[in-house]
Design a protein around this ligand. Sequence first.
Ligand SMILES: Cc1ncc(COP(=O)(O)O)c(C=O)c1O
Length: 408
Amino acid sequence: MGNSASISILKPDGTLPAIVGGDPVRAKFLVFGAPDLGEAEIQEVVDTLRSGWIGSGPKVARFEQQFAEYQGAAHAIAVNSCTAALHLSLLSLGIGAGDEVVTTPMTFCATVNAILHAGATPVFADCDPRTMNIDPQAVRDVITPRTKAIVPVHFAGRPCDMPALMEIAREHDLKVVEDCAHAIEARIGGKSMGTFGDLGCFSFYVTKNVVTAEGGMVLTGNAGYESTIKTSALHGMSKDAWKRFDDEGYQHYEVTHAGFKYNMTDVQASLGIHQLARVEENLARREDLWRQYDEGFADLPCFLPAAPAQDTRHARHLYTLLLDIDNLIVDRDFILDALLQENIGTGVHYVALTRHRFYQQFAPGVRFPGAEFISDRTLSLPLGPGMSQRDADDVISAVQRLLIYFAA
Ligand SMILES: Cc1ncc(COP(=O)(O)O)c(C=O)c1O
């Protein structure tokens, strides 16, 4: 750390940046997490709209099959969000009232809301401040006779220590539902995230590495879970009920239980099919941007994302820079605001859930030093495959200028 004398706070044309009274580093706002949608996606959506079948149908089935193949999973069930995927996964395991489910405070609220919607009690186990992933020892520390499951979150695309977590699950007879919202391309020893636990849940929300506007997927190796989730995602109607209006004529169905309306549509799957086809190519671009950011920020008062662990693949979903606030004269929110003035969109992933008043009831008075360290310092920068080199250069110069100017 420490300032690099070789980096100037001046813009390339010698003028001052926005934060000290000049023009912003770029004139046009760089949106954080903008999706990269191509002509193939547009044509597929048009084809679907013209086909007369825009609800759940053959394109959803195709997307499920392609996603299962890409991840090496036996079964994939498409739903309308990762939140729905998590909810149905927990229900398929029979988790409900009186059960405790262990998860991390360093996640999006959907992870914990799904536990609550299943009727169970969330129990927080702290994360490692460097990897930002749930700490297996912290999980051990909160297990009680009521613990039924662990929901690890592969934060920012970095795989959790699944061998350690699966060992804990075996020892204590717990189920594991992986929150893979950030981790579509992540691997440990070549094995996909979502295939270590009993079920894995993915998100295709607008900012994710595969986008269907809204959408999610459950992976499982268990045919029983697959069948329950498939029917529960569509009112509890017998499997393949979506075929009831197809050209084979009307088909009767049976409702087996009160399910939900969580199904994906063919319009969404039209996007997913082509997004998935480009996911590896897009990952290469994300890796390239990541490397440029690591190089550009190496000498600034900040902590770079931890390098991926041996024999793992990071999905490079979020580039989360940790500001070294002890060596800056301003706080993280000030830098967020300053980047906005420079026309660079940012995100915060996340303020620990245990800092939200609502979730404090599940851990009254408990401190989570790992998650709190991240909460005060983290700032996510744009990392989309659709970004131009100019966009990346603008992000790098804006961050360099601000962190040098406001260094303590
Ligand atoms: C870690 C995590 N889990 C779950 C979700 C919920 O995903 P969705 O918006 O598809 O319901 C998100 C969404 O951002 C997420 O980041």
